[in-house]
Design a protein around this ligand. Structure first.
Ligand SMILES: NC(=O)c1ccc[n+]([C@@H]2O[C@H](COP(=O)([O-])OP(=O)(O)OC[C@H]3O[C@@H](n4cnc5c(N)ncnc54)[C@H](O)[C@@H]3O)[C@@H](O)[C@H]2O)c1
Length: 278
């Protein structure tokens, strides 16, 4: 078996695939990039999968500077052949796959009337089909060794209305697949869990017009119970927990990483939100 770059963490000797392990260029860090870095910090060898090789390469440099071990795999995970080759590349480079983080996602706004068929198909392809295909080729490797942990990056958009019909449909389906796969593959030693990030800030969010304004930034922070900002690193720490043997009896759950926004009514937060100058 191939050893990880670091041997002192809770993921020593584990092999991980992270899809969307690059990050949209800009200030901050995406959830895939951060997750890959934390998994590597904890001792995993990580295959960094991204459509944009240069983005994954940035993540590889970050990991190697920290003493970790990672390889880049450039491919389009909406395609079966790419996902099959991705899994083969992880096995070839590191010997197996213990952890799969399905992180690829793309924001898609629009309601059920306005969205076009093309926009619907694209949103479902990127946000859901990528997960289906990555699992399709990874699960047999995990089943053969009798263990594995899959972490699906969904969204609070799966659980609360926010005007993103196709994105919400895809993210909700990820949660349904999480439960379904946790059932179907539990006796093969495979755990399947999801994370629902809340109003975190990543470079992808900053790139959406209006999202980087002081007003929206303050609104995003104040909407949560803690009143503080969250980012890709907050998601990454929960990914590492669910991926690790520390979560060996945890499967089929959705863990919100959201400063508690899913637990509160809008009226209860009005006292914080009305004080924000626009
Ligand atoms: N940023 C948020 O506020 C937020 C909130 C909830 C959920 N999420 C979810 O977190 C995940 C990551 O978001 P982010 O803001 O870090 O995004 P990001 O754009 O920084 O990272 C996603 C990466 O996926 C890659 N990618 C896209 N399509 C691909 C494909 N077909 N094949 C391979 N790679 C592909 C992109 O090149 C990019 O590097 C997404 O699933 C997103 O829906 C984000």
């Amino acid at each position: 078996m191939t050893m990880g770059g670091r041997t002192d963490g809770r993921l020593a000797n584990k092999v991980a695939i992270v899809t969307g392990a690059g990050s949209t260029p800009g200030e901050g860090v995406g959830t895939g990039k951060a997750s890959a870095a934390v998994l590597a910090r904890e001792g995993a060898s990580v295959l960094l999968v991204d459509l944009h090789a240069e983005r994954a390469e940035e993540t590889r440099k970050l990991i190697e500077a920290d003493g970790g071990r990672a390889e880049v795999f450039a491919g389009d995970c909406t395609k079966a052949a790419a996902c099959e080759a991705m899994v083969a590349a992880a096995v070839e480079a590191f010997g197996t796959v213990d952890i799969l983080v399905n992180n690829i996602g793309m924001a898609s706004v629009g309601d059920v009337v306005d969205i076009t068929e093309q926009e619907w198909d694209r949103a479902l392809d990127i946000n859901l089909r990528t997960m289906f295909l990555a699992c399709k080729y990874t699960v047999p490797v995990m089943a053969a060794q009798g263990s594995g942990s899959i972490v699906n990056i969904s969204s609070i958009s799966a659980l609360r209305g926010d005007g993103t019909i196709a994105y919400s449909a895809a993210k909700g389906a990820m949660l349904a697949m999480t439960v379904e796969m946790a059932y179907t593959h539990g006796r093969q030693g495979i755990r399947v869990n999801a994370i629902a990030p809340g109003h975190i800030v990543t470079p992808m969010v900053r790139s959406i017009p209006g999202q980087d304004s002081q007003y929206v930034t303050t609104l995003r922070n104040e909407a949560g119970l803690l009143g503080t900002p969250g980012d890709g690193w907050d998601v990454a720490e929960s990914v590492a927990f669910l991926a690790s043997d520390a979560a060996r009896w945890v499967t089929g759950v959705t863990l919100p990483v959201d400063s508690g926004v899913l637990t509160v009514t809008p009226l209860a937060m009005a006292k914080y939100l009305r004080a924000i100058p626009d």
